[in-house]
Structures are given as structure tokens and as C-alpha cells.
Write a protein that binds this ligand. Structure first.
Ligand code: MG
Length: 245
């Protein structure tokens, strides 16, 4: 595959195709959404906080993508940058800052249309659970998997993280959802915008690249939806809806 425009991590460089015999859904039972750039109209929930605090995690992103630090160290370094001013930061404060992150256009009617068909929805994000839980509640989504930040008894950040979703291994969450909900992976759909979502596309029965940010994610998807309106994914799901097209 041409890797011309994947200028950082490339899934194909590090892992082989997960399910060469992948099957299209019979009936969709669960749609899994990436959060940043898909459910929310922001590049990254981590970057949103860095922009707020005037910090940058470029160094740790580099180290992470080169494989010299793991997910936990990545989170630890991000939090350390925010705490650098020696002022305690509370969970509540992060929630207040992230309250301004906008939902993607069309997210509400999209999730409602799926719920009306009896289809469950999930967020699987390597972003922050504070934001993921807020938007999932607002949209009435059923399941949330994201990354957390530890706090002490006073709600202050301790500097440690809680790993829920390893950025490069989102397929592990797909498989555990499949087991937990007793839904075959072929009846799951994944919607994502970056190459980190490719392992979900290759595990689920159907993958949608939504407003994609790199060529790799487009190449790995069953369909590509351009533009920022989540309602645009619905026509592609109709053939697999429980009530049919
Ligand atoms: Mg994303």
C-alpha cells in the first residue's frame, strides 16, 4: 500500500491485517465511534487541554510513536505538563474546560436514528473519559471506553493516568465489547477519522472513514464520508439496518 501521506504512525508497518476473511454485517447491532474528530468537532481532547494550559505534548507524541514510551507514560507526561505551574488542578476544572468542546454536526440525529432501530452505540477513544462520558450522556450513547486521569480524595490530579484504550490497539476494545455484549464482530460498524481507527475497521464487519485526516484510513475503510456531518453515514448503513433499507 502507498504510505505517502501517513507521516507518523502507520498501522500497516507494524501489524498485519487482522481478519483477512472479514464478513459484511448481517444486521448491525452496534456502531462504534471514535470520539475526537468524529463525535466531537475537535482534533484531540488532549490537545484541547494543552491549548488551554499553553503547553505542548509534541515531544511525547514523537516518543510514543517511535515506541520509546508506552500509553501510561504518554498520559503521565501530558498531565505533568499541566501541573508544571505547581497549581493543583481538579477533575472538575478539566470538566469545565472540556465542556466547551463542540459536538460534531449531525451527531444527535445520527445517534437517535440508530437508537430508533434498536442499534447500540459506543465511544472507543484514546481521548479523555471526562469528555467521552459527557458527550455519551448528552447523546444517549450506550458504552464508553476512553482514558482517565487519577485524582486524590480532594479531586486533584495526582499525575497518574488510567489506561482504558491503547491508541494503537483499539481492536482489543472491539473484541471485549463483542464478548461482553455477545454481538459478533461482523455485526459491528466502526466510524473513525485517523489511522489509529484502522484496527477497528479490520475487526468490525464494516468501517467508515469519516472526514478522514489521512490516506491510510481512507484506504482501509469500506466507505469514505467527506465533510463534517454525521448524518451522512446513515445511508451507508441502511442495507444492514434491522428493518432493512
Ligand atoms: Mg479521531
Amino acid at each position: 500500500m502507498d504510505q505517502r501521506s501517513c507521516d507518523y504512525y502507520c498501522y500497516r508497518n507494524t501489524r498485519t491485517t487482522l481478519l483477512p476473511t472479514k464478513k459484511k454485517p448481517e444486521t448491525i447491532q452496534l456502531v462504534i465511534f471514535d470520539m475526537d474528530g468524529v463525535i466531537t468537532d475537535t482534533i484531540s481532547s488532549w490537545k484541547y487541554l494543552h491549548d488551554y494550559f499553553g503547553t505542548s505534548n509534541d515531544h511525547s507524541v514523537d516518543a510514543y510513536l517511535k515506541g520509546t514510551i508506552d500509553d501510561m507514560e504518554f498520559i503521565r507526561r501530558d498531565v505533568a505538563l499541566w501541573l508544571n505551574g505547581n497549581q493543583p488542578i481538579t477533575h472538575q476544572r478539566l470538566a469545565e474546560i472540556l465542556a466547551d468542546v463542540p459536538l460534531m454536526k449531525g451527531a444527535k440525529p445520527c445517534i437517535r436514528a440508530l437508537a430508533d432501530q434498536g442499534i447500540q452505540t459506543a465511544i472507543v477513544s484514546a481521548g479523555l473519559d471526562i469528555l467521552a462520558r459527557r458527550v455519551a450522556k448528552e447523546l444517549g450513547m450506550n458504552h464508553v471506553y476512553a482514558n482517565g486521569i487519577k485524582v486524590d480524595a480532594h479531586g486533584r490530579l495526582t499525575g497518574e493516568g488510567m489506561l482504558g484504550v491503547a491508541l494503537m490497539y483499539k481492536d482489543h476494545v472491539v473484541r471485549s465489547l463483542s464478548k461482553k455484549l455477545d454481538i459478533p464482530v461482523r455485526n459491528m460498524v466502526a466510524v473513525g477519522n485517523s489511522c489509529f481507527d484502522i484496527p477497528m475497521f479490520e475487526t468490525c464487519g464494516f468501517g467508515i472513514a469519516f472526514n478522514p485526516e489521512d490516506d491510510c484510513v481512507q484506504d482501509a475503510a469500506d466507505v469514505v464520508v467527506e465533510g463534517k456531518d454525521l448524518r451522512k453515514i446513515l445511508p451507508y448503513l441502511e442495507p444492514f439496518m434491522p428493518t432493512g433499507p
